[in-house]
Ligand binder design. Structure first.
Ligand code: PLP
Length: 362
């Protein structure tokens, strides 16, 4: 069986480095906001091409903190998409704001900029584009719209570590960019972790306070903050992994190309390649009989998943909290998508098996 994820394989390639990183932290005896977190923040920020970075407990809270630092509060609206991981929506809800959903582009699976603009109201206080599956949104168009309406942008980069657009990394376009280091992400730790990056100094100061109990300095609590810090063990592990990210992303793109070239079944619609703008966190195909295709892949030894089966506006938790609206393309898309296994450690034989299984589907 070809597993959808196999995190043990990456660990095997870096067992020694990870072991050393963990021992160093345990011997240092500092576990929260110490030198490993500080060093990783500087390294990750440099990687993204931003000025500031703050490690957090997870990606969901990194988004919430960025939104709160920008002043998003009760009665405000935040525009995002409904074909995202529900945490994007949870972060807006956590600010007591109302999630508003823009429909997507069929070809890219991403927010359609003109649909974002249509959803802007007097209450709109943030736009949260999601670089879904590892593909960068049309940030040039989105930033132009946001700037024209003077609405800040918080990029959800939880699936797009290293993805580039016009030579710039995702996370550096908006007021802030928020990342998750959940184990299965392109850059993942061995537990939960997150990061918010930004360029503006005063926004950076607010994010720093919010993630650390609202403290401006020790025992001085200026704002209603969160306990949302990256811990030293995860930071030390992530420091060992960050130098490998570009190589892993390159391998992801190679596997995606092998699928795109190899899967010739006309019934299966494949995603676009899109250069360095796509780091293939997920490889998502579409088929009219998705559930049958899923069963077929499974019976040919290939695990698949669906990202995501229920659009966010149709989730029960959104009832009465999100603006209820029809999203024709999002709803059409959700019934047809299927994610095939794609991670850097897949070998040539497994890649061929995935291709054969997809091509034998009738
Ligand atoms: C993973 C993910 C999140 C949440 O990150 P956590 O670290 O799990 O809280 C948010 N948005 C998207 C698009 C994600 O894929």
């Amino acid at each position: 069986m070809i597993k959808f994820f196999d995190l043990t394989r990456q660990y095997e390639t870096m067992r020694e480095d990870v072991g050393k990183a963990i021992s160093k932290v345990l011997q240092n005896g500092s576990f929260i906001l110490g030198e490993e977190t500080g060093a990783f923040e500087a390294e990750f920020s440099a990687y993204c091409g931003t000025r500031h970075a703050f490690g957090g407990a997870n990606g969901t809270q990194a988004i919430e903190i960025a939104l709160r630092a920008l002043g998003v509060k009760q009665g405000d609206e935040g525009i995002t998409v409904a074909n995202t991981a529900y945490p994007t929506v949870l972060a807006i809800l956590a600010c007591n704001a109302t999630p508003v959903f823009a429909d997507i582009q069929k070809e890219t699976f991403l927010a359609e900029p003109s649909e974002i603009e249509k959803k802007i109201s007097k209450k709109t206080k943030a736009i949260v584009p999601v670089h879904l599956y590892g593909r960068a949104c049309a940030m040039d168009e989105i930033m132009e719209i946001a700037d024209r309406h003077a609405v800040p942008v918080v990029e959800d980069c939880c699936q797009s570590h290293g993805s580039e657009l016009m030579g710039k990394k995702t996370g550096g376009f908006g007021s802030a960019g928020c990342f998750s280091f959940y184990p299965t992400k392109n850059l993942g730790c061995y537990g939960d972790g997150g990061m918010a990056v930004c360029n503006d100094k005063s926004l950076a100061e607010k994010i720093a306070m919010l993630r650390d109990l609202g403290q401006s300095k020790k025992n001085v609590h200026d704002v209603f903050g969160l306990n949302s810090r990256l811990d030293e063990l995860q930071a030390a592990i992530l420091r060992k992994k960050l130098p490998c990210l570009d190589t892993w992303n390159k391998r992801r793109r190679e596997i995606a190309k092998a699928y795109i070239d190899g899967i010739t079944n006309p019934a299966i619609e494949l995603p676009e390649q899109n250069g360095k703008g796509h780091v293939f966190h997920l490889f998502v195909a579409r088929n009219e009989k998705r559930d049958r295709l899923k069963a077929h892949m499974e019976s040919h030894g290939v695990q698949t998943q669906i990202h995501y089966p229920t659009p966010c506006h149709e989730q029960k938790a959104s009832d009465g909290k999100a603006r209820a609206e029809k999203l024709p393309i999002t709803e059409w898309n959700a019934k047809r998508i299927l994610s095939l296994p794609l991670y850097p450690e897949l070998d040539a034989d497994e890649i061929s098996k995935v291709i054969e299984a997809a091509n034998s589907f009738r």
